[in-house]
Design a protein around this ligand. Structure first.
Ligand code: CP
Length: 342
């Protein structure tokens, strides 16, 4: 089978309407291919000199209309390590402030001839809308409460590295699921590998409807953290997304009492369970510092893996490479990479 990708907009199955501008939904086989491509880029992160010439002469546009630390910098450094130039829209300092529309902004960025656009926006579906109007690949770096596909991929790579497999794991996602694009991408991705998903949090943020969002994937909503953690192989923590709330939040004390992951509660999970958090973490609220920094935590591994995953995404989308092409990480010896982009 030949894998090729035009855009990376979502991990959920797309509707017929969306299929008019994007390729078919990613299968487990295609996701495995993306993870295998990412795996080879992990090696580059360990080299003293990390730069390749794979995308020399290409340009990656970053347009973040919402705040970001990890994702924006990770895509930027991924592009740089592939040898690409970067166009960086600073939304706060841009002509959006003067009333320019999202689409006009995208058209103007595109007029400077980037080879790919990575965008984050507070509106669900905004990257899909822009992709429909551009002839370059568009990567969704997080859209509202919809999806965050590169986060889903880096979570999957981290889980696969630590557990040796993605298949048939018990995955517990804890927190504000309703407003979480990370949870949606993780559910759609891990469901394709037969994982069983438990969602847990305050009832207003874990509505029972969520049990049906990925047909074929066993999803259950529970409201007691002790029950949610029983037998978990993987625990994914989420923060309360106060910027997206329309309803009053729980008080910090009530949240801590009901849903904070602490060392005592973690012991309910399997002894080899791992803990993930996409960041930013609110230490002392959804997670205690000893758990966040403990041996079961993968939080910083996730960030490191994010660069490898984003290198794979940019490489595949910009070059259109398939599995018949030699992977760039296999083409260079560590010492050679020093001069690769000169
Ligand atoms: N995980 C994540 O999306 O973090 P940022 O909001 O800092 O990009």
């Amino acid at each position: 089978m030949t894998h090729s990708f035009r855009d990376l907009l979502s991990l959920e199955p797309l509707t017929a309407d969306e299929l008019t501008f994007s390729l078919e939904p990613l299968t487990a086989d295609e996701l495995t291919f993306l993870l295998d491509q990412s795996k080879l880029f992990q090696e580059i992160q360990r080299h003293p000199l990390k730069k390749l010439a794979t995308l020399r002469g290409k340009t990656v546009a970053l347009a973040f209309f919402e705040t970001s630390t990890r994702t924006r910098i990770s895509f930027g450094i991924a592009a740089a390590r592939l040898g690409a130039d970067i166009m960086n829209l600073q939304a706060e300092a841009s002509s959006l402030k003067k009333g320019e529309t999202l689409l006009d902004t995208a058209f103007n960025l595109n007029a400077m001839k980037p080879d790919c656009l990575v965008m984050r926006h507070a509106a669900s579906g905004a990257p899909h809308y822009v992709a429909r109007h551009l002839d370059i690949p568009v990567v969704n770096a997080g859209d509202g409460i919809h999806e965050h596909p590169s986060q889903g991929l880096l979570d999957a790579l981290t889980i696969r590295d630590r557990k040796g497999t993605l298949s048939h794991l018990n995955v517990t996602i804890l927190g504000d699921i309703l407003h979480s694009r990370v949870a949606r991408s993780d559910i759609h991705l891990l469901g394709k590998f037969g994982c069983r998903i438990t969602l847990c949090g305050p009832a207003m943020w874990v509505p029972r409807d969520l049990e049906k969002i990925a047909p074929g994937t066993p999803i259950r909503c529970v409201y007691r953290i002790e029950e949610a953690l029983e037998g978990a192989d993987v625990i994914m923590m989420l923060r309360v997304q106060t910027e997206r709330l329309n309803e009053p939040a729980l008080s910090p004390n009530d949240y801590i009492l009901g849903y904070q992951l602490n060392a005592g509660r973690l012991r309910r999970a399997r002894p080899d369970a791992i803990v993930l958090h996409p960041g930013p973490m609110n230490r002392g609220i959804e997670i205690t510092p000893d758990v966040a920094d403990g041996p079961q935590s993968c939080v910083l591994e996730q960030v490191t893996n994010g660069v490898a995953v984003r290198m794979a995404i940019l490489y595949l989308l910009v070059t259109g490479a398939t599995e018949s092409d030699t992977h760039p990480a296999l083409e260079v010896k560590p010492k050679e990479s020093a001069n690769a982009s000169d």
